[in-house]
Design a protein around this ligand. Structure first.
Ligand SMILES: [Zn+2]
Length: 154
């Protein structure tokens, strides 16, 4: 059985329709009879479901029988909490195309550009200011991504 690496072009949608959120919540309740409070990480759980759906579509499109590995990029400023997202995904992959896949998460740090003093600086949250002049960045140049980068298909 040969495997191939597929780069994903499709974007993930943040604004999940409320009905699919409810559906997601229902699935979470069924799958997690444990000490997790899904409501707290509703966004991460919803995004995990979006990722599984996307993986399913990609697998079908490429006539793959299984997914060996999935690589997801989570930016510090994407609004998705990486650890919560990973836990949510690990819980929800059961009985899905991603059940036996290795989940690889790449965290990218936030970067801002300050036009006042012309510097680039790390941002660990959205309201971070320039360390030199305390200005808000005029541009965010990294860390906003939340996407499926690639899939290793079988
Ligand atoms: Zn500055």
């Amino acid at each position: 059985m040969s495997s191939s690496l597929v780069f994903v072009k499709e974007k993930l949608f943040f604004n999940v329709a409320s009905d699919s959120r409810l559906l997601a919540y229902d699935k979470i309740i069924r799958l997690t009879k444990l000490d997790v409070e899904p409501k707290e990480f509703m966004h991460e759980f919803s995004m995990a479901i979006e990722v599984i759906n996307l993986a399913q579509r990609e697998a079908e499109k490429n006539l793959a029988s299984a997914i060996q590995e999935i690589t997801i990029e989570v930016g510090d400023l994407s609004g998705v909490e990486a650890e919560a997202f990973e836990s949510a995904l690990e819980l929800l992959v059961k009985d899905s195309i991603l059940e036996n896949a290795t989940i690889s998460i790449i965290k990218t740090s936030g970067k801002g550009k300050c036009n006042t003093c012309n510097c680039e600086f790390e941002m660990n949250h959205r309201m971070a200011v320039c360390p030199k002049c305390l200005c808000f960045p005029s541009e965010i140049s990294g860390g906003e991504e939340f996407r499926v980068v690639s899939l290793m298909l079988e």
